[in-house]
Design a protein around this ligand. Structure first.
Ligand SMILES: [Zn+2]
Length: 379
């Protein structure tokens, strides 16, 4: 393998693409893809640049590489060992904002897609790239909007590989095949304020809130499974009282969060909590809910198997299948029914000063991605 992927990673790092500014990353990528026969659709939604590039025939599956060209701000640039947008290689490490998250992954996806097209001009199905410049921000007009656009054009992704940084220690040790859901609740309980010496004339809102929280803390939600840890509940804030020792609080509130697996949905959790509220004469309408994401998982399938085999072939490692870590745009792609896998470089320095990867990572990733394409689309 050549160093095409490393060169492209460095070219992308030198473009200051702070969310949602793409800074020309997608134009550079589109030029390379068009040389390899891709048709590029530049989809700009409310100031966010997105790229949908596709090549091949619809006589087989649609394989999509997905990712983002935007990066988070560097912080104090002077505190970096090397300038965050200079893409310096030092001691076999490539430094720069986005080196790991995720310009190396993007460069490797582009390199693999182009190389595979050149070497397999009669491959089955289609190869696509879905890139956005709004993953690190609100993520409203990015991948989510492109997915809506695709569904309006009757386009269904069968396999989706996302080159986000997934490795803990060394490239290939971990791939992600799903994510837990996250649900937030702000609970407000109303009672009636009064004197602590005359409880019969008051209604202590704090006592009823504590009873509810205690039940939630004591609940065993599920046991988890081979891919997910058990669903967990955490209370993070509680507010009640006037500050005086002799006043029964008339209102009490709490913030809490569930991290939940596929045994639950946000709607099922809300309904369960509503029943607990009713048993305590707490109005469930006093709860403000916010769903950060529903859980999803690809438990097995051709893409997962091809990825495990390709990783082992190039690294000798048997990757751990994980559902941990923060969200990614997989949350918008997996629910369409696409088999979805994330595999990328080590995530130890993402969003930090001195973000870096091993200089050999882009080429090694491109080789892994190329093998995955071969397994799924070779004629
Ligand atoms: Zn990322």
């Amino acid at each position: 393998m050549t160093d095409d992927a490393l060169t492209l990673t460095r070219e992308l790092i030198t473009r200051r693409s702070l969310t949602p500014d793409d800074a020309g990353c997608q134009a550079l990528i589109a030029e390379k893809l068009e040389h390899a026969g891709f048709t590029c659709h530049h989809l700009r939604f409310r100031g966010v640049d997105n790229l949908w590039a596709v090549a091949g025939d619809d006589d087989g599956p649609l394989f999509c590489f997905a990712g983002h060209t935007d990066v988070v701000p560097p912080g104090d640039a002077a505190a970096w060992r090397h300038g965050p947008f200079e893409a310096v290689i030092d001691n076999d490490r490539l430094y720069g904002r986005g080196a790991a998250d995720m310009k190396s992954g993007v460069a490797a996806m582009v390199t693999a897609a182009c190389r595979f097209r050149m070497e397999n001009p009669k491959h089955r199905g289609r190869i696509a790239l879905l890139l956005t410049s709004d993953e690190e921000g609100p993520a409203i007009d990015g991948t989510r909007a492109v997915i809506d656009w695709l569904s309006q054009h009757d386009t269904q992704i069968d396999y989706c590989l996302i080159g986000e940084p997934t490795a803990d220690q060394i490239l290939g040790d971990t791939i992600k095949t799903g994510r837990r859901g996250s649900l937030n609740a702000h609970i407000t309980v109303d009672g009636h304020q009064g004197h602590v010496a005359y409880p019969q004339t008051a209604d202590n809102a704090l006592h009823r809130l504590i009873s509810l929280l205690n039940e939630l803390v004591e609940t065993t939600w599920d046991d988890g499974d081979e891919l997910f840890p058990p669903t967990s509940f955490q209370a993070s804030n509680i507010t009640a009282g006037t500050g005086a020792e002799n006043v029964i609080p008339g209102r009490a509130s709490a913030n809490c969060n569930w991290r939940f697996n596929t045994a639950w949905s946000a709607a099922a959790l809300r309904e369960y909590v509503a029943q607990l509220c009713k048993a305590r004469h707490i109005d469930p309408d006093g709860i403000e809910w916010r769903t950060s994401g529903e859980p999803f998982a690809t438990r097995t399938g051709a893409l997962v198997e091809a990825t495990k085999t390709a990783v082992h072939g190039h690294t000798g490692l048997h990757p751990t299948l994980s559902t941990g870590g923060g969200t990614s745009d997989a949350r918008y792609i997996a629910p369409t029914g696409a088999e979805t896998v994330e595999i990328g470089p080590v995530n130890a320095t993402i969003h930090q000063l001195d973000e870096h990867i091993a200089g050999s990572d882009p080429a090694q990733l491109a080789a892994i991605y190329n093998d995955v394409l071969s397994a799924l689309l070779a004629e």
